[in-house]
Design a protein around this ligand. Sequence first.
Ligand SMILES: C[S@@+](CC[C@H](N)C(=O)[O-])C[C@H]1O[C@@H](n2cnc3c(N)ncnc32)[C@H](O)[C@@H]1O
Length: 258
Amino acid sequence: MAEIHALGPAAPGNRMLKLTAFLFGAVAYLTFLFTILYAIGFVAGLVVPKAIDTGAKSTVFEALAINLALMSLFAVQHSVMARKSFKQWWTRFIPKPVERSTYVLLASLTLLLLFWQWRPMPAVIWHVEEPEMAAVISGLSFVGWVIVFTSTFLINHFELFGLHQVANHLAGREMSPPVFRTPLLYNFVRHPIYLGFIIAFWAAPTMTAGHLLFAAVTTAYIFVGILLEERDLTAMFGDDYRRYRERVSMLLPWRKLI
Ligand SMILES: C[S@@+](CC[C@H](N)C(=O)[O-])C[C@H]1O[C@@H](n2cnc3c(N)ncnc32)[C@H](O)[C@@H]1O
């Protein structure tokens, strides 16, 4: 950082640093894209080499312990690094323009570790025999992923995944302050991205114990995440967010309170 301040804005060294920051942001973004696409295959058990119901065999207790540890690692990394106080501390060591990209990269790597090391728990909890019904349920899961992707673009996809920050830095533009947005799906629920994940994880024609563990723990984590995120959003947007909470339900579009 000291080096950045010592160089004038147009100095070639400064330009190199900005370009390096941009390339880092691009790598982080591409890692995120790979991770989210892998996640679709991991949960659905399609295309990817290592899915939720495949991998090294282990006892139920071993699998439970390893899988819970992997999910806890992701939960801690993902929620601690998202807090304002952590960001203030963290940006004393890393340049501010790459803070979001670093977060995105570490979250993606933690998830890839989870996919790689996840232990299958193959006991079947439910299985839908009828092919048409199974296809409808798989389709519903896919709809969940579409809601996730669409909603990221509704609030600001490229800012959410750090690319906007490094592109602005490269162009010498200041980041504008966060904007409160409630387009389309955000008029029906306050957390369409999280709702999309819940649908994608639970809509399974064959639900194994491992898949159920994944869906249940991630859903619980989403509820904790919502509590923390809404605290931050209320601090950031004040009465606008308070009024929004009164008007729009959290996750279920047809019930105001949930
Ligand atoms: C992973 S996104 C999840 C957004 C939302 N909870 C959802 O499920 O669609 C988290 C980021 O979105 C931001 N965010 C959440 N709701 C927002 C809104 N209505 N307008 C702008 N930013 C929002 C939060 O500040 C946070 O940085």
